[in-house]
Design a protein around this ligand. Structure first.
Ligand SMILES: Cc1ncc(COP(=O)(O)OP(=O)(O)O)c(N)n1
Ligand SMILES: Cc1nc(C(=O)O)sc1CCOP(=O)(O)O
Ligand SMILES: [Mg+2]
Length: 198
């Protein structure tokens, strides 16, 4: 299966209601700090919306709920991997995306045979504090030579204008958060992304 090249990340299912009808076909639900019932309801609705639109839903962090609710993909960072039952994930047939930021993290990720590898932050991000400032697009070229056929996701400070450079450097997929969510017209921005990644 070839994944779509545009991979927006949202923190609430209401964004999926708005963006899936525009043609988004790969999306991550990244919810931090929601009460258990609300989290379950959000993931359930996101799962059903994505199925109805023929889109791939990636659940960030909450792998147990993803398994329980019959989702297809999870994204785990390095700290998440410390606690996750990867055998249970695989037994349940879920696909796995993994974050990487340096060579040691990439080695660890590759040993898990992930379904995609993310490298970030390519540019500075305002979404969260990180110990890495910016990797630069050149690192995408190095990462692509190391991941081979595994899809490579560029994340962190990505914008429509920066997407082409990331693809040219070796990214297969470009992911973005605030370039869309903080835009004055998120729908128009999403359409621009879809055109840039088409
Ligand atoms: C596509 C993608 N890449 C990286 C991340 C970051 O995951 P993680 O390091 O676990 O940090 P949180 O997003 O959980 O704060 C991601 N979510 N998606
Ligand atoms: C969630 C996340 N993970 C990153 C990593 O490098 O692992 S960068 C990032 C934030 C991406 O948000 P924006 O597109 O607004 O910069
Ligand atoms: Mg995480």
């Amino acid at each position: 299966m070839t994944l779509p090249r545009f991979y927006p990340i949202f923190d609430d299912v209401s964004w999926l209601r708005r963006m899936l009808p525009l043609g988004v076909r790969l999306v991550q639900l990244r919810i931090k700090d929601a009460p258990p019932d609300a989290l379950r309801a959000q993931i359930t609705e996101a799962r059903d919306l994505c199925r109805a639109h023929g889109a791939v839903l990636v659940v960030n962090d909450h792998w147990q709920l993803a398994v329980e609710l019959g989702c297809d993909w999870v994204h785990l960072g390095q700290e998440d991997l410390d606690d996750a039952d990867l055998a249970a994930l695989r037994r349940a047939g879920l696909k796995l995306g993994v974050s990487t930021h340096d060579g040691a993290e990439l080695e660890r990720a590759l040993a898990l045979a992930p379904d995609y590898v993310a490298l970030g932050p390519i540019y500075p991000t305002i979404l969260k504090k990180m110990k890495w400032h910016q990797q630069g697009v050149g690192k995408l070229t190095e990462w692509k030579s190391r991941v081979g056929e595994i899809p490579l996701v560029a994340i962190g400070g990505m914008s429509v204008a920066r997407a082409g450079g990331a693809f040219a450097a070796g990214a297969d997929i470009v992911s973005a958060v605030t370039d869309i969510t903080l835009h004055s017209d998120p729908e128009a921005r999403t359409r621009a992304w879809l055109a840039a990644c088409g």
